[in-house]
Design a protein around this ligand. Structure first.
Ligand SMILES: *Cc1c(COP(=O)(O)O)cnc(C)c1O
Length: 371
């Protein structure tokens, strides 16, 4: 079977560095908010190209903390995408915000033109939370113009897009803050949960450090209602020592596989992402959009060829049970495109441990598919 992820193969590559990191942290006797997290934060900020990184418990908390750092008060509206991991919207809800949904473009990313017209019409929406879905960057020039023209507070969800660029600019550097995830399946995955908050603003970074640690500004001084959301020393050490040195190479391999898929998949029933030449995606996922037949027909065809596939995402966020039950959101533009993509998307394996033969088998299966 060709799987969507191959943690066993990854382990063989990182094992000795992980064990060294575990030994060092174990022997240090310092397990929470010590030198490892500190050094990891410095390395992450440096390699990302932002001034400050703050290690937190997971990607969702990074987004909640980011919204709160930018001053979100309960009841404030946040314009966001209906087509993402549910955690994007859950972060808004947990921060007390009200998600306002618009539609997505044909790549599944927030429709920035539609966002502009909604935000221009309703100036009570001051927050924007876009997602660089599938590792494919939004047009950052357009995002920056939108932020500046309407004086918005922007949090970028970079959970799937670590290292992606558009027009030479890195994702996460346009908004006042950004969040990312080290969930194991992500491009930069820990051996457990983890996440980071990113910003160029020193004051915002200080507030994030307080919020992740019970809202403490200094020992036993609690200025606000914080979270307990700290990156472990162990995960910080593992990420910096065992995973980070491989990240660029692994991203390169993802890109090579994506190029092979793009060049060799030729099937009128299959559409792929449209990449403009300014975009440098990192291919967290490789989505196919099925045309003129059911997604499950391709899914079954792949399964018969021993190829696992994924669906990202079957249900758009406003249609989720909890959203329907509480109704605590607004629809500013009907998410018809999101719904269509949600019912036609199928993700191929694109992890960096695929063999040549596996890639060839995937290409063969896609090209022999007939509905
Ligand atoms: C994974 C993911 C998150 C949440 O990250 P966790 O670390 O699982 O909390 C948020 N947004 C997107 C787009 C994601 O893919």
């Amino acid at each position: 079977m060709i799987y969507l992820n191959e943690f066993g193969r990854q382990w063989k590559i990182v094992e000795s560095q992980v064990l060294a990191a575990v030994q060092r942290v174990g022997g240090s006797g310092r397990y929470i908010l010590g030198p490892e997290v500190h050094e990891f934060e410095a390395s992450l900020a440096r390699s990302w190209g932002v001034a400050h990184a703050v290690g937190v418990g997971n990607g969702m908390d990074a987004l909640e903390i980011a919204l709160r750092c930018l001053g979100l008060e309960p009841g404030n509206k946040v314009l966001t995408t209906p087509f993402s991991a549910f955690a994007t919207t859950l972060a808004i809800l947990r921060a007390g915000g009200v998600p306002v949904f618009v539609d997505v473009d044909d790549n599944g990313n927030l429709d920035l033109d539609q966002a502009r017209s909604v935000l221009t019409r309703d100036r009570s929406i001051r927050f924007l939370l876009p997602v660089h879905l599938y590792g494919h960057p939004l047009n950052l020039e357009k995002l920056a113009a939108l932020k500046n023209d309407l004086d918005l507070l922007v949090v970028e969800d970079c959970a799937q897009a670590i290292g992606a660029r558009h027009g030479g600019r890195v994702v996460g550097s346009v908004g006042q803050a950004a969040g990312t995830s080290f969930y194991p399946t992500k491009n930069f995955g820990a051996l457990g949960d983890g996440g980071a908050f990113l910003t160029n603003d020193a004051q915002i970074a200080t507030r994030a450090k307080s919020l992740r640690n019970y809202g403490q500004s200094s020992l036993y001084v609690h200025d606000e209602q914080g979270l307990n959301s700290r990156l472990d020393e162990l995960q910080g050490a593992i990420l910096r020592e065992a995973i980070m040195p491989n990240l660029q190479h692994w991203t390169e391999i993802r890109r090579q596989i994506a190029h092979q898929y793009e060049a060799a998949i030729q099937n009128p029933k299959i559409r792929m992402l449209a990449t403009d030449e300014s975009a440098e995606p990192v291919w967290h996922l490789f989505p196919l959009f099925i045309i003129g037949c059911e997604r499950d027909e391709l899914r079954e065809h792949l399964t018969k060829s021993d190829i696992q596939s994924g669906v990202h995402y079957p249900t758009i966020i406003p249609d989720q049970v909890i959203m329907q039950r509480t109704g605590a959101f607004e629809i500013a533009a009907e998410p018809a495109n999101a719904r269509r993509l949600g019912s036609s998307e199928l993700s191929l394996p694109i992890h960096p441990f695929l063999t040549k033969d596996e890639v060839a088998a995937i290409l063969q299966a896609c090209n022999t598919f007939q509905a």
